[in-house]
Each structure stands twice: as C-alpha cells, then as structure tokens.
Design a protein. Sequence first.
Length: 72
Amino acid sequence: MKKSFKTKNVDCAHCAEKMKTAIEKIDGVNQASVNFLTQRLTIDACDEQFDQILVLAEQACKKIDNDFEIVK
C-alpha cells in the first residue's frame, strides 16, 4: 500500500533525507520519500502493518526534528 501525507516542520533537504533513510529501516517499509518543499511524506509499506508503520515513522522523524508532525 502506498499513501501520501501532509507534514509539518520539515525544515531542510538534509533533514528530509535523514527522515527518509530512518523510515526505510522500519520493517515492512518498501520505500519512502520526504519532500521538504511540498511538506509531503509518501510511504509504500505492507498493508497489514501500515498503521503501526506510520506511528513508527513519525517517532523516527521526531528523533531527527522534534517538531515534525504528520497531518492525518
């Protein structure tokens, strides 16, 4: 399943790349992208685990930038 979400507080391309790398390390994630210009997060992940993966992705991104938020 591939879904996109609006985000808040992705401040730079370097942080976005670090967030992408962190999300892709989560079990069940096939691919991720974080775009700081459009403030969009896209995750392609296992359907059965998607809700849990989204929680883990937000936690991983908050370790990089504490103000990060996924708008649901």
